[in-house]
Design a protein around this ligand. Sequence first.
Ligand code: ADP
Ligand code: ZN
Length: 815
Amino acid sequence: MPHFINVILPIPLQRLFTYKITQAEVNFLEQGMRVVVPFGKSKLYTAIVFSIHKEAPTAYKAKEIYQILDKTPIITAQQFKHWQWLASYYMCTLGEVLRAALPSAFLLESETLIVQNSLFDEETILSDDEFLIFEALQHQSDLKIKDVSAIIQKKHVVSLIHSLLKKGLVELKESLYQKYKPKFEKYVKINKKYLDKNALNTFLNQLKNAPKQRELVLQFFTLSPKGNKSIVAKKLLEKAQSTAAVLKVLETKEFFDIFYEQIDRVQFVNDIVKAKTLSKSQNLALNDINESFKIKDVCLLHGVTSSGKTEIYVSLIQEVLKQDKQVLFLLPEIALTTQLISRLKAYFGSTLAVFHSKYSLNERVEVWQNLLENSDKGKIIIGARSAVLLPFSNLGLIVVDEEHESSYKQFDPAPRYHARDVAIVLAHIHKAKVILGSATPSVESYFNAQNNKYGLVALSERFGAGTLPNIELIDLKEKYKKKQMNGFFSDVLLEGIKNRLAENKQIILFQNRRGYAPIVTCTSCGVVPHCPNCDVSLTLHKIKNNLQCHYCGFHEPLENKCKACNNPTLSTQGFGTEQIVATLQDLLPNVPIGRMDFDTTRGKYAYQKIISDFERGDTKILVGTQMLAKGLDFSNVTLVGVLQADSMLNFPDFRAHERSFQLLQQVAGRSGRNASKGKVIIQTFNPFHKILQQVKAHAYFEMYAEQLNERCQHQYPPYLRMVKIILKHKNPTKLYKASDWLGKSLNLTFNNTVLGPTDPPIPRIRNLYAKTFLIKFSKNQQLKKSKLRLLKVKDSFMAIAEFRSVRFIIDVDNY
Ligand code: ADP
Ligand code: ZN
């Protein structure tokens, strides 16, 4: 009886594919192992075994697998369950989830190399094609699949490679699939007997005539004052400006002991810091959370900025570690939260591992393996949203810090998931607990807490003697009228800045726009330079002296005359961070100013440098975009200025007001984080705007109640569910036709409850035009059934030949 496996391929096709396996393979294979399979005409893919069975496929003849890559599964049973939920809820394929979850080192494909098998028996009879390959491999050490195809001048080569493999002429180059190579580091430590002072002195005396050795020993003690720490050999030699030979001599004399250790590529500090003792209100909150966990799986910790939420997480994590369980700590963005990560590293040392898409493949593979093995090195994983897809085997707690952050939502590509919601499902599978933390919870989470779905614990005071900053709104209309503006700075803000500088305090300035000016216009003809690929104006970047599109990356040099009328009458409108720094530098020539935005933070360590320059006081003022709102903790900042709060309030989105409140409260929260009183100055043309008034009063609940009311009236989440559909195509006429068809079909299926087709705020990006549809599902509607109906509509759409090239995107919970 033949056996088969169903596999997940890392491609966006809905179904699983069936392959044939041998009896020997049946006994070896398990769900969650990787196999290499042929696919299509000449492709090879790494696939994941999903199930093993005896049913031959009816629609096609099952091919055989090429190779098994693992000895044990690399994906856990819980992960499969989780991924299936994800694919079904977010209406994507398991293959798309697989791609998002697995470090790509695990998923090599058509690039696979074919090499000669050294055990090949030359007596074997070869066909003509086979001989050609054999010959080619005498000159070339490896061939790609397309090379094989070129040599035999045939398109279909899978069966040929198959037979070559069978005859033992070739093999697939193993090294490709080899697990990453662990990195070893050379360490030096002192022979224990020299930790004794007398023994050490005697030894040093013996080195009187060996100054180089003596120097090396002394330098060791500058790195490890008590002598009890192991030091990286390279570091020691650098410090002492010495050589490996000198070190070797001291090893022979049995003074030093040299050893190698496999290092995690992500390094940790050696000294573990003891956690802080919680204050009375922190302890109360911790108890409340633990009480809430007895009856509910999710608890929302609503703690104002700088109330000490992190220390509470630390206590919760310590409890879970005692039970030998794993912890997932989710952050909105890794690069922006290095301060928090260092704090946690100091508490947890190497039990904490960072998972970051910017780390190398090998580093990510390491985290994956450590988790699978439930190793001590990866007990706590800290990462951004994709960390929810990791192979936890024994999860006890998930912390979702800054749970309101929009970066938890992935918009492109599929799976378009929200990491907070996916985390809650993950926790459920593991019977683990979830703590959601924020100073400005999302309306949905607070709603869930109010409705007893989640527990709710509040921390309404800042830690220690700190109090919430005083927020002042400045009316720009009035300031301009009374001529009390200096560039973009009102007299109040500028005075504030000068006063703080005089007190040797620091200042943060916020403007949610990068570049010099978002719009350039010609005062003669009124033409505004636009991006050729997108429907947006080009932003002026003075430092680079060019005009840039912030959507597609297009840029062109700035010329000093208008392209349309040739007059040298270009002028700018609006301002971004670059211009703020420039004007401020003119006003305060000797003050060092830092800038933190997308343009200044591209390099790997760029953030770190900007942050530590400011931490050390090398820069006195830090100007930046919303990056500044994310959890930074600078104790010396006593003034935060918002240059213009208006643009975000007018964004066409039902969450614009909620988001503005969150952003402004978070930015304001950077002021006065220790005992000294903080001040926030917000400049605006609408000082009486409700949201600004609520920010000023720190009135979270008022904002929440009002937003909720509006959502109820206009039928938005959390009162119902939303699915957005986006069609994209480069040809607007075709798109128009397609969206017309889809609009009719959707309205037929969903009883005229569909909004659309609508033009998105930017109708064309990267030369792709877009139309959107919004479907609102009432809460008691059977969501699963509705989604299946939607998928059917999608299938019929895709079946229409002329629409096949139209991109059809489904975004569940698109907000
Ligand atoms: P949040 O995460 O709520 O914004 P943090 O956890 O960053 O607040 O705490 C704010 C500041 O107060 C930090 O500098 C932190 O070190 C300090 N802090 C918090 N709790 C304690 C404590 N129990 N003992 C000493 N310092 C604390
Ligand atoms: Zn563009």
